[in-house]
Design a binder for this molecule. Structure first.
Ligand code: CP
Length: 322
């Protein structure tokens, strides 16, 4: 199955079949990263522009590595070193970049909807690498790949998402994806950081969303996803102190005992060690945090490949010939 969207703006727009295609393609591309020569010819001659208006370590680097592993040229632009700092608008920046005939534009922006604006202006495919508190689709896809690798399937899993839900694009994209694929999502965190009506994000899906206490969320969970307290978005104004946050909502080894014995712990990063999650969990046996990062490269290879017209059958042929 090919991918029929011009852009990847959010998980909300994707069908179960499209999500499965991306995950299956990512699994195939993981093989490229395990070779001593980490290169496939799939995007030879193509150009990928990474346009980042917010800081990023994992997403920006993995998009660049993904493009290069597929033999594309990758160009990184940050707001501070571009003419955006001289007052050029996002729309004019987009028009000028498109005039250089790139094949894909990847954008991260602090404003929800900025990638959608770019996608309306440009004929070039646009990938959302995180927009405000709205969506971060490739993060949810790499989380799903990691969960699928450990649990075999998403359907029927009990997934706890805990922390700063209000500011989290990761939570929104994951709720869309996990409930589409049939998981039940329990959400917990300080009441001031859980938007009213969050349960309704799953309306009409196979899985459901419930808002509960951290203990109820953890009880019998197959998967625990901890979210970063987004201090740069002033999240600390919503609770008395980081110490109290850690005391009431931080994941400790003791609290994790409420979950299933084969639970896995995810975190999108960057981690505030000792705030939302104890350091011994980050580095401990239940953590799959660095596997998430590895899978980020494979998922972004898959998305770049599919959005430029590749299909699953072709990727297998190309790898066989690589
Ligand atoms: N998970 C994530 O988006 O990390 P970065 O901000 O480092 O890209």
């Amino acid at each position: 199955m090919a991918f029929h969207h011009k852009d990847l703006l959010g998980i909300r727009d994707l069908s179960v079949a499209e999500i499965t295609t991306i995950l299956d393609t990512a699994e195939t591309f993981k093989r490229v990263s395990s070779h001593s020569i980490k290169k496939a010819p799939s995007l030879r001659g193509r150009t990928v522009i990474n346009l980042f208006f917010e800081p990023s370590t994992r997403t920006r680097t993995s998009f660049e590595i993904a493009a290069k592993r597929l033999s594309a040229d990758a160009i990184n632009i940050s707001a501070s070193t571009s003419s955006l700092s001289k007052g050029e608008s996002l729309a004019d920046t987009a028009r000028n970049l498109e005039a250089m005939l790139p094949d894909v534009i990847v954008i991260r922006h602090s404003s929800a909807g900025a990638p959608h604006q770019l996608a309306r202006i440009c004929r070039t495919p646009v990938i959302n690498a995180g927009d405000g508190a709205h969506e971060h689709p490739t993060q949810a896809l790499l989380d799903a790949l990691t969960i699928r690798e450990h649990k075999g399937q998403i359907e029927g899993l009990e997934v706890a998402i805990i922390g700063d839900i209000a500011h989290s694009r990761v939570a929104r994209s994951n709720v869309h994806l996990l409930t589409k694929l049939g998981a039940n999502v329990r959400v917990a965190g300080p009441p001031t950081l859980i938007p009213q009506g969050f349960e309704r994000l799953a309306e009409g899906r196979i899985g459901n969303v419930s808002v509960t206490s951290i203990e109820e969320a953890l009880k019998g969970a197959d998967v625990v996803m901890m979210l970063r307290v987004q201090l740069e978005r002033e999240a600390s104004a919503y609770f008395p102190s980081l110490r109290e946050y850690s005391c009431f909502y931080g994941l400790t080894v003791k609290r994790l005992e409420l979950a299933k014995s084969d639970v896995i712990v995810l975190h999108p990063g960057p981690v505030n060690r000792g705030v939302e999650v104890a350091s011994d969990i980050v580095d401990g046996p239940y953590s799959v945090i660095y596997e998430q990062v590895t899978n980020g490269v494979a998922v972004r290879m898959a998305v770049l490949y599919l959005i430029t017209g590749g299909s699953v059958i072709n990727v297998q042929q190309e790898l066989a010939g690589a």
